[in-house]
Design a protein. Structure first.
Length: 242
């Protein structure tokens, strides 16, 4: 069983006696409900298509050297195909072929498919937290907040000294919608000893019944009928690594 959003389970492991009374109980119940909805998902079956959309933003301490980087990521997945779109990088893969497109370099790399491994890896892109990390954290607060007129909950996790020393974590925040059972955003702040200052992951959409057809070979997305590259890839270099 694939754990599509297994970090939610790990958040539950972090709950402890730093919270008291109804507030703590509410947070536990809400996160448990989210976990039951989002935590366990099989890979798609039959004509089912999953669609996932999220974005990441990475900030360095010195943005004059390395500016903040925003990447919007889309994943479409069927039982035998994977499409991965992440800014400059696009990947199409089925049971036979895999294509990686690097737009900035006008390059297409063609290789033999490894869809089972890559499909699992792309799902694990969504696993922001690991159990070993969250076991080193305590929940400092769980408060109601308003965002665009919508009531959400914000949990602040405080890493202990071991996490600060070895993982260089300063603070983590989780923003979620208890009614929709949805994680909106995860923010990780690092200590000064980490090369990065902050990482933000925003979850925009997750659809387990996305209306899309993914039944043509991915070769058809790259090649025209004359076995030449499609016009959208004019000037691209094709590298055959099969």
């Amino acid at each position: 069983m694939m754990r599509l959003f297994s970090y939610i389970s790990f958040i539950l492991l972090a709950l402890n006696t730093n919270l008291y009374g109804q507030n703590a109980n509410d947070c536990k119940k809400e996160l448990s409900a989210i976990n039951s909805v989002m935590g366990n998902m099989d890979f798609p079956r039959d004509d089912q298509v999953y669609y996932l959309k999220y974005s990441t933003k990475s900030m360095m301490w010195d943005e004059t050297i390395t500016p903040a980087k925003d990447i919007e990521i889309e994943i479409l997945m069927s039982k035998d195909q994977l499409h991965y779109l992440a800014g400059d990088i696009v990947m199409f893969q089925d049971m036979r072929d895999a294509f990686m497109i690097i737009k900035s370099r006008k390059m297409i790399m063609w290789s033999t498919s490894a869809i089972y491994e890559d499909r699992q890896a792309k799902m694990e892109d969504l696993v922001v937290f690991r159990d070993t990390l969250l076991e080193l954290c305590t929940i400092k607060s769980c408060d109601k907040v308003s965002l665009d007129g919508v009531e959400l909950k914000k949990i602040i996790l405080q890493p202990n000294e071991r996490a600060r020393k070895y993982l260089k974590l300063e603070k983590m925040e989780v923003l979620y919608n208890p009614e929709k059972k949805w994680i909106n955003k995860v923010v990780i702040d690092y200590t000064r000893k980490h090369e990065m200052k902050k990482t933000t992951v925003t979850y925009d959409e997750m659809n387990y019944d996305f209306k899309a057809k993914m039944n043509k070979p991915v070769m058809d997305l790259i090649f025209a009928r004359n076995n030449q590259l499609r016009s959208v890839y004019n000037g691209y270099q094709l590298i055959d690594n099969r």
